[in-house]
Design a protein around this ligand. Structure first.
Ligand SMILES: Nc1nc2c(ncn2[C@@H]2O[C@H](COP(=O)(O)OP(=O)(O)OP(=O)(O)O)[C@@H](O)[C@H]2O)c(=O)[nH]1
Ligand SMILES: [Mg+2]
Length: 630
């Protein structure tokens, strides 16, 4: 019975291993457990007798990875084969999505095989499953025994359905993975056929997906002769860090009482029979087994999240050095790993123009390289919370991803913000069939991003200051050259035109620069391009001052008639974006060499230049000119 948890994006499929006693069911699961990558397998729970015979069930959870963005899990359950455990067999079979029938090839087990298959068919019917259509694979095990039945003979007796068949020697791993891969394939085909939302897009098949899934779980598609591979993920966190006093969530296992389980029409005595009781216990045990795995998984997830937070904090505490690009790369790698994305890039908005850093092996950002994507990225600059966008729900995104190489299915957008502004937007990409992050994971990644915004901000500020220094040095040199040229001009050499203030200052309007002209302010006389150059120099100077303080430059230009003179104010900082006159600040002349060109231009116009004495104050410059005679 397909079990779907929408919140956690988990899809569970149950595969039952059924067959006569000592046929090799437990051995199949044990081999799969031994050879599965440790990250892909859960706890193997086996309730066995002293003689290693299954008395209740064997349970093995396996993670296949993603299917259509969902985290797909297979729950393998083997029944106990001995005759007396009949009720347990039915319970273990309950809700299966696929069945593997493990037959014993030994000649003297002929009858037991036939009997077990017949019982399986009866039990399927009793559980409302159709024995003729439920996904099924047959395994003829123990082919290594000296006296075995011919495959054809076994087929005639057991395979009326003409299900796929695999000969096997389970103890040596032969045929075990082939059998499992086939039951996965036929179960997936059935799933896609019967659930429209699970349908695969054109060009994709359940067989291709299964091959990839088997490779991801086992690293191979055949097991014989291979040594089990062990991966150990070291985690050296103190136990104390893992105890969360507030976590009181309980795992509830609800098992029907014998009365509840009783078939309609059964008498109370029948309902309380030993068989009915055994059934209850069996059900409790299967559910407990899988629940334990879920709990362990939750614990492991909490541990790895904690480890990620620790890495993020370490990065935040480290003395920053190196380029912003290096730091950004490390930040985006942490986010990518924690969101389990395939690829990533980072839109750095501290640079002007914004810069895209692509994490290899990606060569180009799939969004930034298309027109719609670039516009979309621009709009996303206001994003406050981490967000997942899926191609299935956004036609434009689907088109954009269709053009990209490799193909993607979804993108998680993770803003890195300081208090004032967006520093960067991490773009975490998911390929088709990858498990997409749950809301819970997105929250966690958003939290990491808040921790990581600190180091990014520090590096960005340091770089901005350095670049302001460079800008300043450059403008000093050019302004000095300009000033020396201007001062050598004879007085009155400049052009003398009547210039309307709007014509003079209008062209200086730009993002971040607000130009306001008092209504009725008179025209001035002089050389429009020289005067405009003087104002532009002051605007530029204000930008440098703002960058030195690591704030986004917001510049105001205000022109008004004041005391019989036309005053042009240029200032940066608080209030400068507000349309209107700035609050008056005490100003005195400043002998800054950088501004000598402005002094020279004002001298040519018989005007005056007032600059603030110290750069510690908000930068505020004033140019004074005589109004043109009406
Ligand atoms: N020679 C041989 N022995 C096998 C093979 N597969 C399993 N066995 C052995 O057969 C015995 C029974 O195997 P299990 O896997 O426990 O059988 P089972 O189907 O789980 O049995 P129940 O739990 O009683 O239903 C064990 O001793 C296995 O080592 C095989 O392919 N060849
Ligand atoms: Mg067994």
């Amino acid at each position: 019975m397909v079990e779907f948890n929408r919140q956690e994006r988990i899809l569970k499929l149950k595969i039952a291993y059924y067959g006569p006693a000592v046929g090799g069911k437990t051995t199949n699961l044990k081999v799969l457990y031994d050879r599965a990558r440790s990250a892909r397998r859960g706890e193997f729970v086996s309730v066995n007798s002293q003689q290693d015979r299954t008395i209740l069930c064997d349970l093995l959870p396996l993670k296949s990875g993603g299917f259509k963005g969902l985290d797909l899990r297979f729950q393998l359950a083997a029944v106990p084969g001995q005759a007396m455990y009949g009720p347990a067999r039915r319970v273990v079979l309950r809700g299966s999505d696929g069945v593997v029938f493990v037959a014993n090839s030994a000649t003297d087990r002929w009858h037991e095989n036939v009997q077990s298959l017949r019982e399986l068919q009866g039990n399927l019917l009793a559980e409302q499953l159709d024995p003729n259509t439920i996904p099924m694979v047959l395994q003829y095990n123990k082919r290594d025994l000296p006296d075995v039945l011919e495959i054809e003979a076994l087929d005639r007796a057991l395979n009326g359905r003409q299900a796929p068949v695999f000969p096997a020697v389970a103890t040596r791993g032969e045929g075990v993975l082939e059998t499992f891969a086939e039951i996965v394939r036929v179960t997936m085909e059935e799933l896609c056929r019967h659930h429209p939302v699970m349908e695969l897009p054109e060009g994709q098949s359940a067989a291709d997906w299964t091959e990839q899934a088997i490779l991801s779980m086992f690293g191979t598609t055949r097991l014989e002769g291979l040594e089990p591979e062990e991966e150990i993920v070291p985690l050296d966190l103190p136990e104390s860090a893992l105890v969360d006093e507030t976590a009181s969530e309980r795992v509830m296992i609800r098992v029907p009482t014998p009365e509840e389980l009783a078939r309609p029409g059964a008498t109370p005595a029948e309902a309380r029979s030993p068989e009915a009781l055994a059934e209850t216990y069996a059900q409790a045990s299967t559910e407990l087994g899988f629940a334990v795995t879920d709990m362990r998984e939750e614990r492991d997830r909490a541990r790895s999240r904690l480890a990620e937070v620790r890495v993020a904090l370490q990065l935040a505490e480290q003395k920053e050095e190196g380029e912003i690009e290096d730091r950004a790369q490390r930040i985006v790698s942490i986010l990518m790993r924690s969101a389990s994305a395939a690829n990533a890039s980072l839109l750095l908005t501290t640079a002007d123009p914004p810069q895209i850093l692509v994490v290899p092996p990606l060569v180009a950002d799939p969004l930034a390289r298309t027109r719609w994507g670039a516009i979309h990225l621009h709009e996303l600059r206001g994003l406050a919370e981490t967000r997942l966008e899926e191609a299935g729900a956004m036609p434009e995104l689907r088109e954009t991803f269709a053009e990209s190489e490799p193909a993607f299915e979804a993108v998680a957008l993770v803003p890195l913000r300081s208090v004032e502004r967006l520093l960067a937007l991490a773009l975490l990409y998911y390929r088709p069939h990858m498990v997409l992050p749950t809301p819970d994971t997105l929250d966690h990644v958003g939290f990491l991003a808040r921790v990581l915004a600190g180091p990014l901000e520090a590096t960005a500020a340091r770089e901005a200051a350095a670049s302001a220094q460079r800008m300043r040095a450059l403008s000093r040199a050019s302004a000095a050259a300009m000033a020396s040229m201007l001062t050598r001009l004879p007085a009155g050499a400049g052009r003398r035109q009547t210039i309307v203030l709007e014509d003079l200052l209008g062209p200086l309007r730009a993002p971040g620069v607000t130009v306001t002209i008092q209504s009725g302010a008179p025209a001035v006389v002089g050389d429009a391009s020289l005067l405009r150059f003087a104002v532009a120099t002051l605007i530029h100077r204000c930008e440098v001052v703002a960058l030195e303080r690591s704030v986004a430059p917001v510049i105001g230009v205000y022109a008004a008639l004041d005391d019989g003179l036309v005053r042009l104010h240029v200032w940066a900082g608080a209030g400068s974006a507000v349309v209107g006159a700035p609050a008056a600040v005490a100003l005195t002349a400043d002998s800054d060499a950088e501004l000598s060109a402005v002094y020279a231009i004002m001298a040519l116009h018989d005007g005056e230049f007032v600059a603030p004495e110290s750069q510690g104050d908000d930068a505020h410059f004033i140019l004074q000119l005589a109004p043109a005679q009406a």
